[in-house]
Design a binder for this molecule. Structure first.
Ligand code: CUA
Length: 317
Protein backbone atom coordinates (compact mmCIF):
# COMPACT_ATOMS: atom_id res chain seq x y z
CA UNK A 1 0.00 0.00 0.00
CA UNK A 2 1.37 3.41 -0.91
CA UNK A 3 1.29 5.52 2.21
CA UNK A 4 1.54 8.86 0.50
CA UNK A 5 -0.49 10.68 3.16
CA UNK A 6 1.69 13.11 5.01
CA UNK A 7 2.37 12.56 8.69
CA UNK A 8 1.98 15.55 10.97
CA UNK A 9 4.76 18.00 9.92
CA UNK A 10 6.47 17.47 13.27
CA UNK A 11 6.66 13.74 12.63
CA UNK A 12 7.48 13.69 8.90
CA UNK A 13 10.52 15.85 9.56
CA UNK A 14 11.67 15.07 13.07
CA UNK A 15 14.90 13.55 14.31
CA UNK A 16 12.95 12.57 17.44
CA UNK A 17 10.50 10.42 15.47
CA UNK A 18 13.06 8.13 13.83
CA UNK A 19 12.20 5.87 10.89
CA UNK A 20 15.74 4.87 9.94
CA UNK A 21 18.68 3.12 11.57
CA UNK A 22 20.92 6.22 11.75
CA UNK A 23 18.10 8.41 13.06
CA UNK A 24 17.30 5.83 15.77
CA UNK A 25 20.87 5.98 17.08
CA UNK A 26 20.91 9.76 16.94
CA UNK A 27 17.57 9.96 18.80
CA UNK A 28 18.89 7.56 21.47
CA UNK A 29 21.99 9.72 21.90
CA UNK A 30 19.76 12.79 22.21
CA UNK A 31 17.66 11.21 24.98
CA UNK A 32 20.69 10.00 26.92
CA UNK A 33 22.29 13.47 26.69
CA UNK A 34 19.03 15.19 27.64
CA UNK A 35 18.40 12.79 30.54
CA UNK A 36 21.93 13.18 31.88
CA UNK A 37 21.75 16.97 31.50
CA UNK A 38 18.44 17.01 33.42
CA UNK A 39 19.88 14.95 36.30
CA UNK A 40 23.01 17.14 36.49
CA UNK A 41 20.89 20.29 36.47
CA UNK A 42 18.70 19.01 39.30
CA UNK A 43 21.73 18.09 41.42
CA UNK A 44 23.43 21.46 40.79
CA UNK A 45 20.19 23.35 41.52
CA UNK A 46 19.77 21.41 44.78
CA UNK A 47 23.38 22.16 45.78
CA UNK A 48 22.83 25.85 44.99
CA UNK A 49 19.80 25.95 47.30
CA UNK A 50 21.78 24.12 50.00
CA UNK A 51 24.62 26.65 49.63
CA UNK A 52 22.22 29.59 49.92
CA UNK A 53 20.82 28.07 53.11
CA UNK A 54 24.36 27.98 54.49
CA UNK A 55 24.81 24.19 54.41
CA UNK A 56 28.49 24.05 53.34
CA UNK A 57 29.57 26.60 55.96
CA UNK A 58 28.44 24.19 58.69
CA UNK A 59 30.47 21.27 57.27
CA UNK A 60 33.94 20.35 58.61
CA UNK A 61 36.97 21.64 56.56
CA UNK A 62 37.86 18.07 55.39
CA UNK A 63 34.30 17.55 54.10
CA UNK A 64 34.41 20.92 52.30
CA UNK A 65 37.66 19.90 50.53
CA UNK A 66 36.18 16.51 49.56
CA UNK A 67 33.11 18.25 48.10
CA UNK A 68 35.30 20.43 45.88
CA UNK A 69 37.44 17.51 44.67
CA UNK A 70 34.51 15.16 44.00
CA UNK A 71 31.91 17.66 42.85
CA UNK A 72 34.28 19.93 40.96
CA UNK A 73 36.63 17.43 39.31
CA UNK A 74 35.91 13.71 39.67
CA UNK A 75 32.17 13.55 38.96
CA UNK A 76 32.19 16.01 35.99
CA UNK A 77 35.17 14.19 34.44
CA UNK A 78 33.55 10.76 34.77
CA UNK A 79 30.07 11.87 33.61
CA UNK A 80 31.20 14.03 30.66
CA UNK A 81 33.89 11.47 29.68
CA UNK A 82 31.27 8.69 29.69
CA UNK A 83 28.83 10.68 27.55
CA UNK A 84 31.62 11.65 25.13
CA UNK A 85 32.76 8.03 24.80
CA UNK A 86 29.16 6.91 24.16
CA UNK A 87 28.63 9.62 21.52
CA UNK A 88 31.91 8.82 19.76
CA UNK A 89 31.16 5.08 19.82
CA UNK A 90 28.18 5.72 17.50
CA UNK A 91 30.30 7.40 14.82
CA UNK A 92 31.78 4.29 13.12
CA UNK A 93 28.28 2.84 12.62
CA UNK A 94 26.89 6.08 11.22
CA UNK A 95 29.80 6.50 8.82
CA UNK A 96 30.20 2.82 7.85
CA UNK A 97 30.47 1.88 4.18
CA UNK A 98 27.48 0.22 2.54
CA UNK A 99 27.59 -3.58 2.07
CA UNK A 100 28.23 -4.78 -1.50
CA UNK A 101 25.16 -4.85 -3.73
CA UNK A 102 23.60 -1.83 -2.01
CA UNK A 103 21.28 0.33 -4.14
CA UNK A 104 23.12 3.46 -5.23
CA UNK A 105 21.45 6.82 -5.69
CA UNK A 106 23.30 10.00 -6.52
CA UNK A 107 21.85 13.32 -5.49
CA UNK A 108 23.08 16.69 -6.71
CA UNK A 109 22.10 19.83 -4.83
CA UNK A 110 21.31 22.73 -7.17
CA UNK A 111 19.95 26.22 -6.46
CA UNK A 112 17.18 25.29 -5.36
CA UNK A 113 16.23 21.73 -6.16
CA UNK A 114 17.58 18.18 -6.08
CA UNK A 115 18.74 16.15 -9.08
CA UNK A 116 18.28 12.46 -8.23
CA UNK A 117 19.83 9.65 -10.26
CA UNK A 118 19.18 5.96 -9.56
CA UNK A 119 21.78 3.33 -10.43
CA UNK A 120 19.79 0.10 -10.09
CA UNK A 121 21.64 -3.23 -10.10
CA UNK A 122 19.75 -4.18 -13.27
CA UNK A 123 18.91 -1.86 -16.11
CA UNK A 124 20.11 1.59 -17.07
CA UNK A 125 20.36 4.49 -14.62
CA UNK A 126 17.52 6.98 -14.73
CA UNK A 127 16.97 10.47 -13.44
CA UNK A 128 14.23 12.07 -11.40
CA UNK A 129 14.05 15.15 -9.17
CA UNK A 130 12.99 16.40 -5.76
CA UNK A 131 11.74 13.00 -4.65
CA UNK A 132 13.47 9.87 -3.39
CA UNK A 133 11.71 6.52 -3.12
CA UNK A 134 13.39 3.81 -1.07
CA UNK A 135 12.63 0.23 -0.04
CA UNK A 136 12.13 -0.36 3.70
CA UNK A 137 14.64 -2.47 5.64
CA UNK A 138 17.47 -2.15 3.12
CA UNK A 139 20.50 0.10 3.10
CA UNK A 140 20.89 2.66 0.32
CA UNK A 141 24.10 4.45 -0.53
CA UNK A 142 23.71 8.10 -1.44
CA UNK A 143 26.47 9.85 -3.32
CA UNK A 144 26.08 13.57 -2.67
CA UNK A 145 27.39 16.38 -4.84
CA UNK A 146 26.70 20.04 -5.49
CA UNK A 147 26.44 21.82 -8.82
CA UNK A 148 26.99 25.32 -7.44
CA UNK A 149 27.35 26.25 -3.75
CA UNK A 150 27.45 24.21 -0.53
CA UNK A 151 24.13 22.53 0.29
CA UNK A 152 23.39 20.02 3.02
CA UNK A 153 21.30 16.89 2.58
CA UNK A 154 19.13 16.01 5.55
CA UNK A 155 16.20 13.64 6.05
CA UNK A 156 15.78 14.06 9.83
CA UNK A 157 13.52 11.01 10.17
CA UNK A 158 16.00 8.68 8.45
CA UNK A 159 19.51 9.72 9.46
CA UNK A 160 22.15 12.36 10.00
CA UNK A 161 22.86 15.26 7.71
CA UNK A 162 25.68 15.44 5.19
CA UNK A 163 27.07 18.49 3.40
CA UNK A 164 27.19 18.59 -0.41
CA UNK A 165 30.26 20.31 -1.83
CA UNK A 166 31.08 21.36 -5.39
CA UNK A 167 33.88 19.13 -6.68
CA UNK A 168 34.07 16.79 -3.68
CA UNK A 169 31.50 13.99 -3.42
CA UNK A 170 30.36 12.86 0.03
CA UNK A 171 28.58 9.66 0.99
CA UNK A 172 25.71 8.81 3.29
CA UNK A 173 24.27 5.36 3.96
CA UNK A 174 20.63 5.31 5.08
CA UNK A 175 18.51 2.37 6.14
CA UNK A 176 14.79 3.13 6.51
CA UNK A 177 13.07 0.99 9.14
CA UNK A 178 9.49 2.22 8.63
CA UNK A 179 7.38 2.86 5.55
CA UNK A 180 5.84 6.29 5.08
CA UNK A 181 6.27 9.71 3.62
CA UNK A 182 8.99 11.88 5.07
CA UNK A 183 10.41 15.30 4.34
CA UNK A 184 14.00 16.08 3.49
CA UNK A 185 15.51 19.56 3.55
CA UNK A 186 18.59 21.53 2.66
CA UNK A 187 20.31 22.27 5.97
CA UNK A 188 22.94 24.78 4.81
CA UNK A 189 22.10 28.33 3.76
CA UNK A 190 22.62 28.34 -0.01
CA UNK A 191 21.02 31.53 -1.31
CA UNK A 192 17.72 33.38 -1.65
CA UNK A 193 15.47 30.32 -1.87
CA UNK A 194 17.34 28.04 0.55
CA UNK A 195 14.16 27.63 2.60
CA UNK A 196 12.31 26.50 -0.57
CA UNK A 197 14.64 23.57 -1.20
CA UNK A 198 12.93 20.51 0.26
CA UNK A 199 12.08 17.07 -1.10
CA UNK A 200 9.78 14.15 -0.46
CA UNK A 201 10.98 10.74 0.66
CA UNK A 202 8.64 7.82 0.21
CA UNK A 203 9.69 4.59 1.92
CA UNK A 204 7.88 1.63 0.36
CA UNK A 205 7.58 -2.10 0.91
CA UNK A 206 10.09 -3.90 -1.31
CA UNK A 207 7.58 -5.24 -3.91
CA UNK A 208 6.02 -1.81 -4.27
CA UNK A 209 9.45 -0.25 -4.69
CA UNK A 210 10.34 -2.82 -7.37
CA UNK A 211 7.13 -1.96 -9.25
CA UNK A 212 8.04 1.72 -9.13
CA UNK A 213 11.59 0.97 -10.40
CA UNK A 214 10.11 -1.11 -13.20
CA UNK A 215 7.81 1.77 -14.16
CA UNK A 216 10.70 4.23 -14.31
CA UNK A 217 12.31 2.06 -16.98
CA UNK A 218 9.24 2.41 -19.20
CA UNK A 219 8.22 5.55 -21.06
CA UNK A 220 5.28 7.60 -19.83
CA UNK A 221 1.99 7.20 -21.76
CA UNK A 222 1.63 8.97 -25.12
CA UNK A 223 -0.19 12.31 -24.69
CA UNK A 224 -3.60 12.77 -26.31
CA UNK A 225 -6.24 15.54 -26.52
CA UNK A 226 -5.41 18.66 -24.53
CA UNK A 227 -2.29 16.95 -23.14
CA UNK A 228 -0.96 16.51 -26.70
CA UNK A 229 -1.49 20.24 -27.26
CA UNK A 230 0.41 20.85 -24.05
CA UNK A 231 3.27 18.65 -25.25
CA UNK A 232 3.52 20.68 -28.48
CA UNK A 233 3.53 23.92 -26.47
CA UNK A 234 6.20 22.46 -24.17
CA UNK A 235 8.44 21.83 -27.17
CA UNK A 236 7.54 25.12 -28.96
CA UNK A 237 8.19 27.36 -25.93
CA UNK A 238 11.73 26.15 -25.35
CA UNK A 239 10.99 24.15 -22.16
CA UNK A 240 12.80 21.21 -23.76
CA UNK A 241 16.13 23.00 -23.81
CA UNK A 242 16.26 22.80 -19.99
CA UNK A 243 14.04 19.83 -19.15
CA UNK A 244 14.10 16.21 -20.29
CA UNK A 245 11.06 13.98 -20.76
CA UNK A 246 12.06 10.48 -21.82
CA UNK A 247 10.38 9.33 -25.01
CA UNK A 248 10.08 12.87 -26.42
CA UNK A 249 12.41 15.35 -28.13
CA UNK A 250 12.87 17.09 -24.75
CA UNK A 251 16.39 16.30 -23.58
CA UNK A 252 17.55 19.40 -21.67
CA UNK A 253 19.81 18.79 -18.68
CA UNK A 254 19.81 22.17 -16.94
CA UNK A 255 16.58 21.77 -14.99
CA UNK A 256 14.78 18.86 -13.34
CA UNK A 257 13.90 15.76 -15.38
CA UNK A 258 10.11 15.84 -15.85
CA UNK A 259 9.52 12.31 -17.19
CA UNK A 260 7.08 11.35 -14.41
CA UNK A 261 6.45 14.79 -12.94
CA UNK A 262 2.67 14.14 -12.81
CA UNK A 263 3.25 11.36 -10.28
CA UNK A 264 5.36 13.37 -7.85
CA UNK A 265 4.09 14.12 -4.37
CA UNK A 266 4.86 17.85 -4.51
CA UNK A 267 6.21 20.44 -6.94
CA UNK A 268 9.03 22.98 -7.09
CA UNK A 269 11.19 21.05 -4.58
CA UNK A 270 8.61 20.58 -1.85
CA UNK A 271 7.29 24.13 -2.23
CA UNK A 272 3.84 23.54 -3.81
CA UNK A 273 1.32 20.70 -3.44
CA UNK A 274 1.06 18.45 -6.50
CA UNK A 275 -1.67 19.20 -9.07
CA UNK A 276 -2.65 21.22 -12.14
CA UNK A 277 -3.20 24.42 -10.16
CA UNK A 278 0.36 24.31 -8.80
CA UNK A 279 1.78 23.53 -12.25
CA UNK A 280 0.05 26.57 -13.77
CA UNK A 281 1.19 28.74 -10.89
CA UNK A 282 4.78 27.54 -11.13
CA UNK A 283 4.98 28.09 -14.90
CA UNK A 284 3.39 31.56 -14.84
CA UNK A 285 4.68 32.88 -11.51
CA UNK A 286 8.01 31.10 -11.07
CA UNK A 287 9.75 34.23 -9.76
CA UNK A 288 7.11 34.68 -7.05
CA UNK A 289 7.02 31.04 -5.99
CA UNK A 290 10.82 30.74 -5.81
CA UNK A 291 12.73 34.04 -5.83
CA UNK A 292 16.00 33.78 -7.73
CA UNK A 293 15.15 30.51 -9.51
CA UNK A 294 16.96 30.05 -12.83
CA UNK A 295 13.74 29.17 -14.67
CA UNK A 296 12.19 32.20 -16.41
CA UNK A 297 8.48 32.73 -15.78
CA UNK A 298 5.96 32.29 -18.60
CA UNK A 299 3.35 34.79 -17.41
CA UNK A 300 2.83 35.90 -21.02
CA UNK A 301 1.18 32.61 -22.01
CA UNK A 302 -2.63 32.78 -22.35
CA UNK A 303 -4.69 30.85 -19.83
CA UNK A 304 -5.64 28.11 -22.33
CA UNK A 305 -1.98 27.42 -23.09
CA UNK A 306 -1.13 27.24 -19.37
CA UNK A 307 -4.05 24.81 -18.96
CA UNK A 308 -2.75 22.63 -21.79
CA UNK A 309 0.81 22.64 -20.42
CA UNK A 310 -0.46 21.73 -16.95
CA UNK A 311 -2.66 18.96 -18.43
CA UNK A 312 0.35 17.53 -20.28
CA UNK A 313 2.63 17.55 -17.24
CA UNK A 314 -0.18 16.13 -15.07
CA UNK A 315 -0.56 13.26 -17.58
CA UNK A 316 3.07 12.20 -17.05
CA UNK A 317 2.44 9.70 -14.28
CU1 CUA B 1 20.52 24.26 -0.67
CU2 CUA B 1 20.23 25.48 1.36
Amino acid sequence: MVRSGRLHPWLSQSALSPAGRGAEEIAELFWWMTGAAAVIWLVVAALAVWAVLGGPAKARPAAQRAMIIWGGAVVPTVVLGGLLAYGLSLLPGLLAAAPPGTLKVSVVGEQWWWRVRYHPAQGVPFETANEIRLPVGEPVELELRSADVIHSFWIPSLGGKMDMFPGRPTRLVLEPTKTGRFRGVCAEYCGASHALMAFDVLVLEKPEFELWLEKQRRLPPEASGIAAEGRDLFLANGCASCHAIRGTAADGVIGPDLTYVGGRLSLAAGTLPAGAESLRRWIARTHEVKPGALMPHFAMLPREELDALAAYLESLK
